[in-house]
Ligand binder design. Sequence first.
Ligand code: SF4
Length: 470
Amino acid sequence: MEEIKDECGVFGIYNNEEAAKITYLGLYALQHRGQESCGIASSDSNNLYFHKSLGLVNDVFKENTLSQLKGKNAIGHVRYSTAGETLLKNAQPLVADYYYGSIAVAHNGNITNARIIKDELEENGSIFSSTSDTEVVIHLIASSAEDLLIDRAINSLKRLKGAYSFLFLSEKEMIAARDPFGFRPLVMGRLNGSFVFASETCALDLINAEYIRDVKPGEVILVNGEGAKSFFPLRLEKNSNCVFELIYFSRPDSIFNGKSIYSLRIRMGKELAKESTPEADIVIPVPDSGVPAALGFSKGSGIDFEMGFTRNHYVGRTFIEPKKSIRHFGVKVKLNPVPDVIRGKKVVVVDDSVVRGTTSKKIVDMLKLAGAKEIHLRLSSPMVIAPCFYGIDTPVKEDLMAAKYTEKEINAQLGATTTRFLSIDGLRRAVGNGINFCEACFSNVYPQEINCESEYENQTQLKLFSKEVF
Ligand code: SF4
């Protein structure tokens, strides 16, 4: 899938001699969650140090930059990519000095009432230095009347609406917090005597940390010299984990609420096969994200699995196209069909979703050009009919193909032989018990009460707020 992007990934470690280096490794494992910018802030009991820049983790951090990030505590952040604009001011962790000292914050999510809080803070004299929704939290913490950082953070979190998994770092303490709905993931681990937090368990695996548990929705964890303390100061809501983490965003080797993402995707493919297996010769995935669901479809249907596309893993964010445009260039530079596998075959092609439909159309066209006899498109998510306000960069409703057309009409527009989406019930069966998920983008029913008109306006504002202006 090419069309929607996650917002970010966060990582933190407390009490480790090599805090910055380990955070760098953690960010490496989370690179799939954001490729626009990255950063690390560290602390040594007296001061905060930080380095951040546009680019991938491997480009931004070198031995000399890491060695300047002193201290035994660190948090890091990777941010998703957008085209064109330079967004260094919005790179995280955001770091600020205030009356009580210094603070750094790394955020995954989207604060839906950030604009309202920002207006209020500016009226009272606050001056913002970024256009990121995250900065409101720093201002709230700085202006809180409480003495202790944990109380200032909790008071600030009580003001926020929307999705957040936060890591805060001061000179001496670290705080992890997850919103009461649990939209974005956050896990906790141990590495010898160190506490570790990460967006996904794959970051714990890379550094050989032991997974302890997921940070619970609405939980705030304070880590300092006395150990870790858990608080539940926020009104608890119905768990609403983002189901797209399971379908697409999280790495397949990560564990979410005790369940393997890879196995969940296999199950989605099997459910899809139960719902709509056509007569076909081969099942192929749209790599990489469609691979487990396509394997599941193959297992469920008994149709042979083949790798019908080759993916180029070395493509950067942008590439120079020759003046005389090449058909399907944007997709083709990343994916190319294997003609020998495709030619003359009835092909089931499994992808994870259709958003605008532009990539799916190109995939169908490429398979036709490669000689497929029939093309049966199968999607391991239900139809995306509504935008996300909780940290996923989906288009506005008018640009969502499934918001405008029926399954049959989508099939006609894409030019496939048949197109079928996994049903919401099929998705629920695949996910099984133990995970309550947000399904607002399939149902248009949002877990947090939303006044649609103002939220659309808000979404537009947030896009400006977080991506374009600074
Ligand atoms: S609206 Fe969709 S993308 Fe956004 S949090 Fe809910 S499930 Fe995830």
